[in-house]
Design a binder for this molecule. Structure first.
Ligand SMILES: [Zn+2]
Length: 225
């Protein structure tokens, strides 16, 4: 595959940033062993940068990241791509606004996935980040497009950038890989808080109007601009 100098430069930067973002998964204790992965779409190309399969987090670097096309076929890199590559690729093919995808088996979010229970919107933080409850996606086996299809169907029906795939764990998306990592950190944090709230009683849901107001404000006003 021939790439322009600009595309090669973009890929070099994404290899760096995607490698660095994997350290956020370990720093935030979202992953064990080699589970979990981050990918980024290469803007303007039908390509993505993703973690290699089965490599220890300590050994991940820009050089070990792999580049595949949006069907998961290896384009650049020495190592085999992550076993979740097909799911990431499916999301990029079908949701053009998505620039980054993250998958983990973080403990609390995965516990909700094990019960097949959406995380209810009972905190302003959930309204801010997720715009409502965090939905559950269908059970799907790895190996074909089933996980990707389940993710895209669920993401199209929600404002949430996180989906709890049933009996599996969270997948998150964002405009960039960094946004998707942020959503992965946030979904674990609220999964834990709401779990703890459940131990002592029934968390109180926010009204739809308040959820909409909070979400609109956070998405449009909050932060440095
Ligand atoms: Zn998984």
């Amino acid at each position: 595959m021939t790439l322009t100098a600009q595309a090669r430069g973009t890929i070099a930067e994404l290899r760096e940033s995607v490698a660095r973002l994997h350290s956020e998964l370990t720093r935030n204790e979202l992953v064990v062993w080699t589970a979990g992965n981050v990918s980024a779409r290469v803007p303007g190309e039908d390509l993505m940068v993703i973690k290699p399969s089965g490599v220890s987090y300590d050994d991940l670097s820009a050089d070990t990241m792999v580049v595949t096309d949006l069907h998961g076929k290896l384009v650049h890199g020495e190592l085999a791509p992550s076993s979740d590559t097909a799911a990431h690729a499916y999301v990029y093919r079908h949701l053009p606004g998505v620039g980054g995808v993250v998958h983990t088996h973080s403990t609390y979010a995965t516990a909700w996935a094990a019960r097949g229970e959406p995380i209810p919107c009972v905190l302003t933080m959930i309204a801010d980040e997720f715009g409502g409850e965090i939905p559950v996606g269908p059970f799907a086996l790895i190996g074909d497009d089933s996980i990707g299809r389940g993710l895209v169907e669920t993401l199209r029906a929600t404002r949430s950038p996180a989906v709890l795939m049933r009996n599996h764990g969270p997948f998150t998306v964002g405009r960039s890989a960094r946004d998707a990592v942020k959503a992965a950190v946030m979904v674990e944090d609220v999964a834990r808080t709401v779990h703890i709230a459940h131990q002592l009683g029934t968390p109180v849901p926010l009204s739809r109007t308040d959820v909409d107001r909070l979400h609109a404000r956070y998405q449009n006003v909050y932060g440095q601009r």
